[in-house]
Design a protein around this ligand. Sequence first.
Ligand code: NAD
Length: 245
Amino acid sequence: TDRLRGKRALVTAAGAGIGRASALAMAAEGAEVLATDIDAAALEELAAQGIATRRLDVTDKAAVAALAEEIAAPNVLFNCAGMVPNGTILDCDEEQWERAVSLNLTAMYRMLRALLPGMIAGGGGSIINMASVASSVIAAPNRFAYGATKAGVIGLTKSIAADFITQGIRANAICPGTVDSPSLQARLHATGDYEAARAAFIARQPIGRIGTPEEVAALVVHLASDESSYTTGVAHVIDGGWANI
Ligand code: NAD
């Protein structure tokens, strides 16, 4: 219960799903967690569990700059916020493309530009960026803007790992397969045939089930902790066997 004792961890999109499970798991390991999200009610629920919270829309440039001004630089930065646009390139108009790039990629760029100097000054730290197995790792049908932006997250992560390795910064991406979360449930319902969509998602996972946010949170804790001190620049696949078997 003290694998992250003495570390300050900042999590984006901590209100639900993988971000929420990771905020709770890091707090349980002794980290001082700052959970951020746009969902005030979800943050209140985390605050009731003793976790420090702050409203942050990661696409709000001024809010990201203000955050970096106001807080002590974290030792662990988990950039979890992201969205899942559906469809091929022919379904993706400029507006959807801009939205996907803005949330999945530009927001991460801004968080890192704002917080990395403080992390370096503080002696280094661990950056964990949320990609997906649907990225440069493997193609998923109807995930055009998603796959493109999540592949970008992997490149961004490796670049930071290369540039700051001598300054105590580690940067890793995580690449989950299908994981149960509120937005996954919404995507399943949006298909109009919940059971068929769920069966199709499960069929994609050789392990025969959808993953849990807690399984991904366990990887986040490992990457946040000094246990992983020799690991950087890696896209960590956690996908029930989808991409590799
Ligand atoms: P989710 O999508 O259900 O919830 C995400 C949270 O993000 C919500 O609390 C929401 O309020 C918050 N959010 C949305 N826009 C935001 C913004 N602009 N600024 C700050 N917070 C914002 O959770 P999830 O499915 O666990 O997804 C989290 C991340 O994991 C995403 O980047 C997603 O692409 C990635 N991912 C998810 C899966 C999956 O199957 N669920 C698989 C691979 C990768």
